[in-house]
Design a protein around this ligand. Structure first.
Ligand code: FAD
Length: 486
């Protein structure tokens, strides 16, 4: 069995440690954040200093792909998430009111996501991973990789890491799970390996979240409007949490200086109250805010490739999670992809235990097949979202669509979404793609689904326009100005 060193105790790091410990490897996880694990989900939410992963203070969706992976490969973790207050979101139990055929179909049991705070998810995952016995967590900040002299077949080989303060840790394998800010390409360059092929696309959005707790005797509202919506200038969503919490998130365009005022608590509330889908949630008689407005900007889609000309840039080192592939948080995919990636790595290492070059190539191939398509899809979705707005479009090959972005956007909005609300086949195809259960191009590759979507699109002018989800931008700015003056 190998001695494995994991850099970072986020989702990808803990997921890797869990998956490898299940196969008997000895794992050391090195984490830069020095705070110990709090003793309850609420304490984790309130006290856990996670400066290395500031997104833990934002709303998180845990998609069916992640829930199913836990069900199949780490059922104890899933059970402990439920014990900690996480609930299941059974999409098929909450179909749109417009869906008449509600009969069950094969595969419905997979359409279940998890609802909890990110701190709760990570709290359970960390406790369960460390309980495995062959996983040890140590505090430390990794600053460099340690190469061995000769490498494997001419490829540089990593045999450990150097920590801030000078200590060195040796291992058979190093896994970089240090997140979106991982400096892995630089570390590799410093030991003479690389270059790493990297593409990065700014999402152009600012993400803002606020958490609430239900008052005693109050319940979550019976939902009347959509809890997830896109007003073009503003995206919004409600996320059910654990232990009587929920959160509201807005995504706005980074360049929208006038709307940035909603990043403060009072205007945030005014905007939420102006949206029919959110209004019932934030009634002062129902809940109280338990945080201010958390804000994150400079969010990117990014992919890194670690193979050049058919050769790995290095052996003995693997990038997992956001360090390798990072996607726009609006789509709620990062934790699911990080966990799937971790288990894919464990599978590859089992198959190629004694051949470092083959292991590196196999992991690069499976990353490209299973994870990277979601980077490409996120970039394409961002492009559709920007169409029609005064925001420049990118122009590289991954943005290319079989039809232009304007038409694609119309097909999604005026074909796919209405069909998903009335047609049980399209509804399920949409949910499967949303939850990462099928590859991103699966909807457009399924002739039956495409046919049904195109019928809905071609008859779009025969339907009454949908009720507006909220005020237009100008009206929203007037609402904010009136409330500031009051
Ligand atoms: C605003 C926002 C909202 C999001 N919402 C969702 C969502 O709804 N659903 C979803 O699935 N995903 C969401 N994501 C994405 C998700 O949070 C990430 O994809 C996920 O955290 C990636 O896990 P990771 O382990 O790769 O990185 P992280 O979770 O960021 O963990 C990296 C860890 O490495 C540590 N570290 C960094 N450098 C070092 C070092 N040199 N030495 C030692 N340790 C180090 C850090 O302290 C940290 O603990 C969101 C992201 C953002 C920014």
């Amino acid at each position: 069995m190998a001695a494995v060193l994991v850099i970072g105790a986020g989702i990808a790091g803990l997921g890797s440690a869990l998956a490898l410990s299940q196969r008997g490897h000895e794992v050391v996880v090195v984490e830069r954040d020095t705070t110990s694990v709090p003793d309850s989900p609420d304490a984790a939410f309130e006290q856990w200093e996670r400066r290395g992963a500031p997104q833990v203070h934002h709303s998180h969706a845990f998609l069916a792909r992640l829930r199913n992976l836990l069900r199949d490969r780490a059922p104890d973790v899933l059970a402990h998430l439920h014990d900690a207050g996480a609930s299941e979101v059974r999409f098929i139990d909450q179909p749109p009111v417009t869906l008449e055929d509600r009969s069950p179909r094969p595969g419905d049991e997979d359409l279940v996501a998890l609802a909890c705070r990110r701190t709760t998810f990570e709290w359970v995952l960390r406790r369960d991973t460390l309980a495995a016995g062959n996983v040890r967590l140590m505090e430390g900040s990794v600053e460099r990789l340690l190469p061995d002299g000769d490498g494997h077949a001419g490829v540089p080989n990593v045999v450990g890491v150097g920590l801030a303060g000078g200590a060195e840790l040796r291992a058979d394998l190093v896994i970089d799970a240090s997140g979106v800010r991982s400096p892995l390409p630089r570390w590799l360059a410093e030991m003479g390996a690389g270059p790493v092929a990297e593409k990065e696309k700014d999402t152009g959005i600012i993400y803002s979240s606020r958490f609430y707790r239900l008052l005693p005797d109050q319940q979550l509202p019976v939902q009347e409007g959509p809890v997830l919506g896109d007003l073009d200038y503003l995206k919004y969503a409600v996320f059910v949490g654990d232990n009587r919490t929920f959160s509201i998130t807005f995504g706005l365009h980074a360049g929208d200086a006038e709307l940035r005022q909603l990043l403060r608590p009072s205007p945030f509330t005014v905007v939420a109250q102006s949206l029919p889908g959110l209004r019932p949630w934030i009634q002062p008689t129902r809940c109280e805010p338990i945080t201010g407005v958390e804000v994150m900007a400079r969010l990117v889609n990014r992919r890194r490739r670690f193979v050049n000309g058919g050769h790995p840039v290095a052996t003995g080192i693997f990038a997992v999670g956001d360090s390798a592939i990072c996607t726009n948080p609006l789509y709620g995919r990062g934790c699911s992809l990080a966990m799937v990636h971790a288990y894919l790595l464990a599978d590859v290492l089992e198959e190629h235990a004694h051949d470092p070059v083959r292991a590196a190539l196999a992991f690069a191939a499976v990353t490209r097949d299973e994870i990277e398509p979601w980077y490409t899809a996120s970039v394409a979705q961002d492009r559709q979202n920007r169409t029609g707005l005064d925001i420049p479009l990118g122009d590289d090959e991954e943005d290319e669509q079989p039809v232009d972005a304007q038409t694609m956007r119309s097909i999604m909005r005026d074909g796919l979404l209405p069909a998903a609300g009335t047609d049980p086949v399209v509804y399920r195809a949409f949910l499967r793609a949303f939850n990462l259960l099928d590859q991103p191009n699966a909807i457009m590759a399924d002739a039956e689904v495409v046919g049904r979507v195109m019928v809905a699109w071609q008859t779009r002018h025969q339907r009454p326009p949908p009720a507006p989800l909220g005020p237009q931008r100008d009206e929203m700015l007037r609402i904010l100005a009136r409330s500031a003056a009051a």
